[in-house]
Ligand binder design. Sequence first.
Ligand code: NAI
Ligand code: MG
Length: 325
Amino acid sequence: MKRIVVIPGDGIGREVMDAAMLVLEELDLPFDYIWMDAGDDAEKRYGKALPDETLEEAKKNDAVLFGAAGETAADVIVKLRFELETFANIRPAKSFPGVKCLYDDVDMIIVRENTECLYKGLEYEVDGVTIATRIITRKASERIIRYSFELARKEGRKRVTALHKANVMRKTCGLFRDIFRGVASEYPDIESNDYYIDAACMYMVTNPQHFDVVVTTNMFGDIVSDLAAGLVGGLGLAPSANIGERHAIFEPVHGAAFDIAGKGIANPTAMILTATMMLRHFGYIEEAKKIERAVEAVLAEGKTTPDLGGKLKTMEMAEEIARRL
Ligand code: NAI
Ligand code: MG
């Protein structure tokens, strides 16, 4: 029996979590769900966005399934990733047949370093001068870069591309680039190249087919993963997994989306595909494929929420997916 800590959080996090649960419950999985609070509402209620009990449960169980937090996201999900040392944030961006988007042939996996960089939160203010410290270490860089090459091998991918800005941030990005080139030389079976992050953003829009596995530092990874999601139909379709040596956190790329929260129109696909990433992590490959096929069928038939031009509500789309299981 796997024990999963479920944290719906704020805004559409709760709506898409209910939808994912409806789909998961169609399958006979040996999972125990432990529902816990975190986020803006939790902060109002308990005085802490990530209550101690939630963090404790997250630490002692097998995985966390997370919806979204609102303005407290840095204190909740960023903190959870650090606390659970889930160093690799895996964010696939893939076109789905039938979904209207910029490209119908994108299939990349962004591997984002998850434990350091500017998101460490080391910010200070002195007399109107604000300072942020960017931490990039040899240890974390080598770990994430190696992870991306191993992932490329495991998934039968042909190329790993690193994104950095080593011409300006010579020390921090310079270290990341140099380690990338060194590790790449140990994987002659996998093509490799590296780009400056700004040019890479253009290439990603003009020629996204070039990108296969992409590895980068924390903040760049946050930004380019939303960009990549935009290429294939938006955040409603983008799942992610945070993987560490002992822990794993599964969460969609999107946030609480307060602009649509409460209307029941959030696309549940990102959250449902996030759940399939959890199933794959635990070795339930056939079950994951079953859900993925059902999602693809529903998307191809245009039975979607308004973000993709459909008319369905969040739960109606989830029911369409569940029905096909
Ligand atoms: P967001 O990711 O919540 O939304 C960006 C845009 O994408 C919005 O227009 C939204 O309606 C749309 N969108 C997102 N998910 C969607 C879905 N499933 N279906 C249809 N449309 C979807 O980012 P935003 O608006 O910048 O932030 C909103 C709140 O979420 C903020 O308080 C922010 O701090 C928080 N946030 C939390 C994250 C997390 O918990 N991991 C990540 C990003 C933002
Ligand atoms: Mg983000």
